[in-house]
Design a protein around this ligand. Structure first.
Ligand SMILES: *Cc1c(COP(=O)(O)O)cnc(C)c1O
Length: 421
């Protein structure tokens, strides 16, 4: 559920008309709803209410805007970060270090040093060489790093290949079958405090079965590790729960279904459970607001050319993702249309042959469910300014990232003398 609703024929976000935001900030612009963020945190937390003190660490990469992070931090969430930049962002937004977990296959020694200095809750290690590097960095600082190994359980998450992470051929985690050896080696590293096990098999999962299969493997591994003398105190079950993008598709499992499965499968594990939800928290809390530049005739259906493009919202181009596209002030008629951006790539296509509200030049459209992996993936391709972001709460709203002037983009480059001469 979200808080983008029609009032008197025009889409509002909470109590603010989308038209007012477009008039003040221009388009394209991302618009986020605080009430929706807060509702999703509540629903997710409620789904896990049978667990004792779980750590819910929001996956920052899904939406790293400072105002969004601060909102989620105030609601009690921690952060799952995958770079030094995300770590500093989470801390700057007020998320305490003892609620931060650091994931990712390529952490550098410098990123490790900063995370140790801040005192994060856990490093999720993805290889033995990484474990050795972290141990050295920690020792050089007179510290011991709290770690888990991310296990690659070799299960098929059943999602798009580019967001599947738990198959043996993927780059993530250590092979499940070698886990005992990897843990034994980690125990011998004096800079590490081995405390847990982690798993994350992919994103936009629409079936609980692969998650359950992965969690069952984690449970078996915890038992085996304890048998081998490891004091396992945490289990990080990652993120990945899908959200509804296309109303014509079956609904993905609800957080309540997910929580019930987790509660059943993890019975008796005797660990602190950790979660890294991203999309399910922010996906439906955001929309990309865009204006129709013009409508041009097409062979089968008209091309609706909007002022948003693949550089603002990459998901359709990258993952063939489907976003609901709605007129902000629907005229009542529906027809088939192709919705495209102005970028010079055929991949800059949001929808082909889509049955949607009929729109004309200057009309506003909203790309729904764009709060996750939207603005965070934006680029300046085609020398387009980075997309601004707005956060709404009730009848209040604020620009939480301004649209940079194109002059700033141009001034970012420099021309060496030996080129200019
Ligand atoms: C991306 C990612 C997540 C979040 O995934 P969602 O599908 O957005 O919930 C969680 N953990 C790790 C390690 C990730 O890479």
């Amino acid at each position: 559920m979200d808080h983008f609703d029609y009032v008197d024929g025009a889409m509002h976000v909470e109590q603010v008309p989308m038209e007012a935001i477009a008039a003040a900030v221009g388009t394209p612009v991302y618009v986020y709803s605080t009430a929706t963020l807060s509702r999703h945190v509540g629903v997710f937390r409620e789904a896990l209410s049978a667990l004792e003190n779980p750590l819910i660490a929001f996956a920052v990469k899904a939406n790293p805007n400072a105002a969004v992070l601060a909102t989620l931090g105030r609601l009690g969430l921690g952060a799952d970060v995958v770079s030094g930049g995300e770590l500093l962002r989470a801390i700057a937004a007020g998320i305490p270090a003892d609620r931060i977990v650091f994931s990712g296959v390529g952490k550098t020694a410098e990123e490790m040093r900063v995370a140790l200095e801040k005192g994060i809750y856990q490093f999720n290690l993805e290889s033995e060489p990484e474990a050795e590097m972290l141990s050295e960095v920690a020792l050089s600082m007179g510290r011991r790093a709290p770690v888990a190994y991310r296990i690659n359980p070799d299960v098929d998450a059943g999602t798009h290949a580019k967001i599947s992470t738990g198959k043996s051929e993927n780059k993530f985690g250590i092979p499940y079958d070698r886990a005992l050896e990897s843990y034994a080696a980690a125990r011998d590293l004096p800079g590490l405090d081995v405390q847990g096990v982690a798993v994350h098999i992919g994103s936009q999962l629409t079936d609980l079965a692969p998650l359950e299969a992965a969690f069952v493997k984690v449970g078996a591994l915890i038992e085996a590790l304890r048998g081998a003398g490891h004091a396992i105190r945490t289990a990080d079950l990652g993120g990945g729960l899908g959200v509804p993008y296309d109303p014509a598709q079956p609904m993905p499992p609800s957080p309540a279904d997910y929580g019930a499965m987790v509660t059943r499968v993890t019975q008796g594990w005797d660990v602190r459970l950790m979660f890294e939800p991203g999309r399910v928290i922010v996906g439906n809390a955001g929309a990309l607001l865009s204006r129709v530049v013009r409508v041009k005739q097409g062979a089968q259906a008209p091309f609706v050319i909007v002022d948003a493009a693949m550089n603002d919202l990459l998901r359709p181009s990258l993952y063939d993702a489907w976003h609901d596209i709605r007129a902000v002030r629907p005229a009542g008629d529906k027809a088939k249309a192709n919705v495209v951006g102005p970028v010079c790539e055929t991949g800059d296509t949001f929808a082909m042959g889509r049955d949607m509200d009929v729109v004309q030049a200057d009309d506003l459209v909203a790309f729904m469910t764009a709060g996750a992996y939207g603005a965070t993936m934006a680029s300046t391709y085609n020398s387009r300014a980075l997309t601004p972001e707005v956060l709404v709460s009730g009848d209040k709203w604020a620009v939480v990232r301004a649209r940079p002037p194109i002059e700033a983009l141009i001034a970012g480059d420099s021309i060496p003398d030996w080129v200019a001469d």
